[in-house]
Design a protein. Structure first.
Length: 66
């Protein structure tokens, strides 16, 4: 298993028969996969961006209700 920092978070990559799986340790649900390590990294970066944007939007909507 390989680990590296992505946006200050810990990204893990694991080789599997079909390619690679990737995840961010600090945020549940930020997972991706790819046919090769480069694709897994790119997909993980996309998923992380989407999750953070969604979380920010949800937090802003909750704040507006009060």
């Amino acid at each position: 298993m390989k680990k590296e920092k992505i946006s200050g978070l810990t990204a893990g990559y694991r080789k599997i028969k079909e390619g690679y799986i990737a995840y961010v340790e600090e945020i549940a649900g930020v997972n991706a996969q790819g046919d090769n390590l480069k694709e897994a990294k790119e997909n993980l970066a996309d998923v992380l961006k989407l999750v953070l944007e969604t979380n920010r939007e949800m937090a802003e909507k909750e704040h507006i209700r009060y």
